[in-house]
Ligand binder design. Structure first.
Ligand code: GLC
Ligand code: MG
Length: 562
């Protein structure tokens, strides 16, 4: 495998609106990011991905861009962005922007011009399609609920929006649109960006016949995903983008891809793939309900673990996936993946250990490193997220009580991950001096950076040790390129795998169960490289004496086998 500059890096996602506010308006800003770079460096972070910071009406929190060349006023100025780039370079860090090019905002100049002249040049940047029998061109349901088609005022046309109606889809079939987008991407890369996280990219290819599908819900609509799954040839667009932009800069790209066809993995992230990497969402997909959050599933531990194992086996043959526990669209991993008895510091460290050392590039999401959790709200009005509001209504329509619908939100809402970063235990949590745009999770008084920074056995300090181990010169090669080999799969609650090169064998082992479990080691001795509950000496003794290692409930250990 050809080595790439980003293979051995640790990445961190910043959700700027909720990261650090320096001007007291309750909204995180670029100054806030700059002020925390040393914190991130100390955490072992090399690459920062910034969720969108472009000018936006924030209907979908910045994923609706009204000007690709401007920084949102709320976040700061282009000068501050340039300063951020400089400051990261000084620290040998890299910045990724979020590339949202399946759609833009309805306030974008292109869309405004299209509305003003629905048969003119800019209408061709979007999907303006004639209705059928006075109705929408097809029966697609948008990702955020309701029809994916919205009438173009004063015409018999409709425009397509796979997300909110304020996020019109761009027409990738149009060379003029593609050229504009490539120009924009290169403009940012010329500034010195290291690359992009690429939003919702699988959606850019449409079947221009827009066929209707068998309805799959009581609303008589069919998920627009069906069209995405059926249409062929999205790869040609990806290749075109890469050739005109990323490839010229050796940029790192990580794609958000759902609904990929099975045989496309190599084409997507293989040695000469369209993207450097893509997120592995396989474990997150397990919870998906057939109709939405109200019938989301709770996978068993074994199903969860085996899904990760299967995904690793598939991915490592092809390329480097990006591994996450959570992101801005998912609930907090500690609340979702840890059984109740493990929702404590030991459990959070265990989850970090088994996740960060997998084959691939770990992306830590802000607050994950201190073990931030889901946040309970008592009324739907306390939520901001457009998707949450839709899913809440969906649950009520399906017959859930208000309490049940709120429970669905507690478990699934994207706002769980969007509450402000908890820097300290004082009013505003060190996030802001003003009123935070989204209410804090009240547990900031216990779970915060300041407290954990001082305490040697905190989740935060464990993350620091974990990233340091992952990148340590003595083991870095193994954690980056070593083969992933699952082991002890028949142990109840056991989550164990090797990372193995020709001359090194490292075992990562954890016990997600309630009872202690004893693993017989294959070799004659082992060195404990890391332990999450301070049992390193005890384990070393046991290994030397019996050649076994016993893990208590919620214990994780990293062992260099000899
Ligand atoms: C991606 C983003 C999500 C956004 C959607 C539409 O899934 O991660 O936050 O709502 O795309 O842009
Ligand atoms: Mg601010």
């Amino acid at each position: 495998m050809m080595k790439k500059w980003w293979h051995d890096k640790v990445a961190y996602q910043i959700y700027p609106k909720s990261f650090a506010d320096t001007d007291g308006d309750g909204i995180g800003d670029l100054r806030g990011v700059i002020s925390r770079l040393d914190y991130l460096k100390e955490l072992g972070v090399d690459i920062i991905w910034l969720s969108p910071i472009y000018q936006s009406p924030f209907v979908d929190q910045g994923y609706d861009i009204s000007d690709y060349y401007r920084i949102a006023e709320e976040f700061g100025t282009m000068e501050e962005f340039d300063e951020l780039l400089e400051e990261t370079k000084k620290r040998n860090m890299y910045v990724l922007m979020d590339l949202v090019i399946n759609h833009c905002s309805d306030k974008h100049e292109w869309f405004q011009k299209a509305l003003a002249d629905p048969y003119g040049k800019y209408a061709g940047f979007f999907h303006f399609v004639k209705g059928k029998d006075g109705k929408a061109p097809s029966n697609y349901r948008s990702y955020f609920g309701g029809s994916a088609w919205e009438p173009v005022p004063g015409t018999d046309l409709y425009y397509l929006h796979m997300f909110a109606k304020e996020q019109p889809d761009l027409n990738w079939e149009n060379p003029a649109l593609r050229e504009e987008i490539y120009k924009m991407i290169n403009w940012w890369l010329d500034k010195g960006l290291a690359g992009f996280r690429i939003d919702a990219i699988i959606n850019i290819k449409k079947d221009l016949d827009f066929p209707s599908f068998e309805p799959d819900g009581p609303d008589g609509l069919a998920s627009c995903v069906k069209m995405v799954e059926e249409v062929q040839g999205v790869g040609e667009y990806f290749e075109d983008i890469k050739r005109h932009t990323f490839a010229k800069y050796d940029a790192f790209t990580v794609a958000e891809v759902f609904n990929m066809k099975e045989n496309e993995l190599e084409e997507f992230i293989g040695e000469d793939g369209h993207f450097s990497s893509m997120f592995d969402f396989s474990a997150h997909m397990l919870a998906q309900g057939e109709n939405g959050w109200y019938n989301s599933r709770k996978p068993s531990f074994k199903e969860w673990r085996d899904t990760i194992f299967a995904s690793q086996m598939r991915m490592q043959k092809v390329g480097h996936a990006a591994n996450i526990i959570e992101n801005h669209d998912e609930p907090r991993g500690a609340s979702r993946f840890l059984p109740e008895y493990a929702q404590n510091e030991a459990g959070k460290k265990m989850l970090a250990t088994t996740s960060l050392l997998l084959y691939g590039i770990p992306f830590i999401y802000q607050g994950q490193e201190i073990g931030m959790t889901n946040c309970r709200r008592s009324d739907i009005s306390e939520y901001d997220d457009i998707n949450t509001k839709d899913q809440y209504m969906e649950a009520l329509r399906a017959g859930c009580s208000v309490q049940q619908a709120l429970d669905c939100c507690y478990e699934n809402s994207r706002d769980n991950a969007r509450t402000p970063m908890q820097w300290n235990g004082e009013k505003g949590a060190g996030f802001t001096d003003g009123t935070p745009w989204l209410a804090l999770n009240p547990n900031y008084t216990e779970i915060n950076v300041e407290e954990q920074d001082k305490r040697a056995d905190s989740v935060l300090n464990y993350y620091r040790r974990l990233t340091a181990l992952k990148k340590a010169p003595a083991y870095g090669e193994t954690f980056t390129y070593g083969e992933f080999i699952p082991d002890y799969a028949d142990q109840d609650g056991g989550f164990a795998y090797h990372r193995k090169t020709e001359d090194q064998d490292i075992l990562i082992a954890a016990n997600y169960g309630t009872e202690p479990c004893t693993l017989k080691l294959a070799g004659t001795s082992a060195e404990v490289l890391l332990s999450n509950i301070g049992n390193a000496d005890i384990r070393a003794g046991e290994i030397a004496e019996k050649g076994t290692v016993t893990l208590e409930s919620c214990e994780a250990a990293v062992l260099l086998l000899k």
